[in-house]
Design a protein around this ligand. Structure first.
Ligand code: COA
Length: 332
């Protein structure tokens, strides 16, 4: 892409997931469902769940520390920390806790919320600071603990989600490895997927009423979200490829937000991308929201499946509604 400052490279990755896991058979003891139903409709077989003492900050810090080490940096080299999450430990922001946990005292840190698109929106946001020449070393984390907000009596949603964190390090680089992107939002369809605040009228004084309440558990229209993803994700990837001046044949790996295997398959088919190029680990983690893309990326990087110079088409999609794609090459 054309820019005034430096190019970017993604030079490190890391991930963390809680130890406790819940498989489909165990889930069948909580709601009326079955391993057969969940596997056939989603491809998910188990998910990791944070225990009651587990924090988002712990998972995010662990993932970020691994990514910093892989990049060959120390925490003091980091200029900026962006934490993409919808499930903060603190509504005022959790990135500061991660900064403190890492000892990244030079870094400015803030949260970014774009649900399951958070990592892709964060990647583009973080890149702007490098492109303009303002910062050189950025940590981008996608982390979510959706188990806190799932209605565990709703079998249409509780089967889908899990907890995890993933992180990458972005560095200023001579060549720009972010080749193209496209981000989209449509708030008119917000009601299809919500984790909404529900105010309760509280009277402070005569004639002065404020709304003090709490968040409702996740509600979702599964069929509409499915339709949205299968239609919009191929479109936005094609747009990002166009901006990168590349054809679909240039894509080595398709790295989608890990929502549902049927969505992954349908998107790949529409784009005419072979199944062996589709990265998938959702069978073991479920939908980990903002964490899912960097979690899957870290796995294939550490396995040596994805190599420096490989071209990756990534896309996030979810609540907002939000969706977005980025085309990048791994490594310097
Ligand atoms: N176990 C068993 N049966 C279930 C069930 C479960 N966990 N959840 C729903 N059912 C039943 C329904 O009650 C319904 O029964 P009925 O026909 O007797 O009414 C039937 O299965 C079909 O339900 P439906 O909601 O039409 O299923 P679906 O094929 O749309 O699959 C999802 C449901 C959630 C798997 C699917 O819609 C989906 O994956 N959507 C996208 C969700 C997503 O990815 N969200 C996050 C985006 S970031």
């Amino acid at each position: 892409m054309k820019h005034a400052g430096a190019g970017i490279a993604i030079t490190g990755s890391g991930s963390a997931a809680p130890v406790a896991s819940l498989d489909n058979d165990q889930l069948s003891q909580i709601v009326e469902t079955s391993d057969e139903w969940i596997t056939a409709r989603t491809g998910i077989r188990q998910r990791r769940l944070a225990n009651s003492g587990g924090t988002l900050a712990q998972l995010a810090t662990q993932a970020a520390a691994q990514a910093i080490a892989m990049a060959g940096l120390t925490a003091l080299d980091i200029d900026l920390i962006v934490l993409a999450t919808s499930t903060p430990d603190d509504l005022f922001g959790t990135a500061g806790l991660v900064q403190a946990g890492l000892g990244a005292s030079r870094a400015v840190a803030f949260d970014l919320t774009a649900a399951c698109s958070g990592f892709v929106f964060g990647l583009v946001t973080a890149s702007q600071f490098i492109h303009t020449g303002v910062y050189r070393n950025v940590v981008l984390i996608g982390a979510d603990v959706l188990s806190r907000w799932v209605d565990w009596s709703d079998r249409r949603t509780c089967i889908l989600f899990g907890d995890a964190a993933g992180a990458v390090v972005l560095q200023a680089n001579e060549r720009d490895r972010l080749l193209g992107f496209e981000l989209r939002s449509d708030g008119t369809q917000n009601h299809y997927l919500n984790l909404a605040y529900q105010p309760q009228a509280t009277s402070l004084l005569d004639g002065l009423e404020i709304g003090q309440g709490s968040f409702h558990p996740i509600t979702m229209n599964g069929q509409e979200v499915y339709r949205f993803a299968v239609r919009r994700v191929p479109e936005v990837i094609e747009k990002a490829l166009f901006r990168a001046n590349l054809g679909v044949e240039a894509v080595d790996w398709l790295l989608l937000h890990q929502a549902n295997q049927r969505i992954l398959d349908a998107v790949a088919q529409r784009l005419n991308i072979a199944p062996e190029k589709v990265i998938s680990n959702l069978a073991r983690y479920g939908n980990t929201s903002a964490a899912s893309i960097p979690l899957a990326l870290d796995e294939v990087v550490r396995q040596g499946t994805v190599n420096p110079g490989d071209t990756i088409a990534t896309a996030g999609f979810g609540a907002g509604l939000t969706w977005g794609a980025a085309i990048f090459q791994w490594g310097r």
